[in-house]
Design a protein around this ligand. Sequence first.
Ligand SMILES: [Zn+2]
Length: 216
Amino acid sequence: MKVLQCWDDGVVSDVRLADLLRRQRAKATFCLNPGLYQDTRSFGWLAEGREIWRLGHAELKSVYDGFEICCHSMTHPYLTSLTSSQLDWEIKASKDLLEKIFSKHVSGFCYPFNDYNDSVLAAVRAAGYLWARGGKEEAHIFPPADPLAFSPSCHFLDPAFWGKYDRAKERSDVFFFWGHSYELHSEDMWIDFERRIEKISSDDAVEWSFVGDLFV
Ligand SMILES: [Zn+2]
């Protein structure tokens, strides 16, 4: 079984997450909004009273070194509310910008708020993406009916995480979880999460994969 993980929004707690994942030899995909970075770290929003800060431009390459980069649009809007030229900028110009920042090809897209329709799908297809994360959670996730609506197995805090992992493993399917590093908001959660990643890394029956490696 291949195991995939996606982490969204490019925030400061990704530094700790990336270190943890490197320590545990785990592959991961980070979904970023290149239009929201400033030169230095900047305040993003409040989540349950905690300040969430975005990374600074200059540190992006080193923080995400060795991981897969996915485009999460330029500025994280509801894509279904945009005009076609706005869509093009959010979907295509963002891909170009990420490829320039990271000096590598970006093959995947992730719909902000999981919000998309046929026009958005068409814009993602026209921009040359090979896969996109979106859709409803399904029992069998791979291969998806449309690679531009590739649904994860579950959120990383889903209480049924291990049940879904075991069922995917029995079927030799793909197990794909997602989340935001800022949801790890206590030391206990970080410790529990690292144990989880360690357990997956030491499972001889599975291997970590980048999402894009399934769609080459
Ligand atoms: Zn997001």
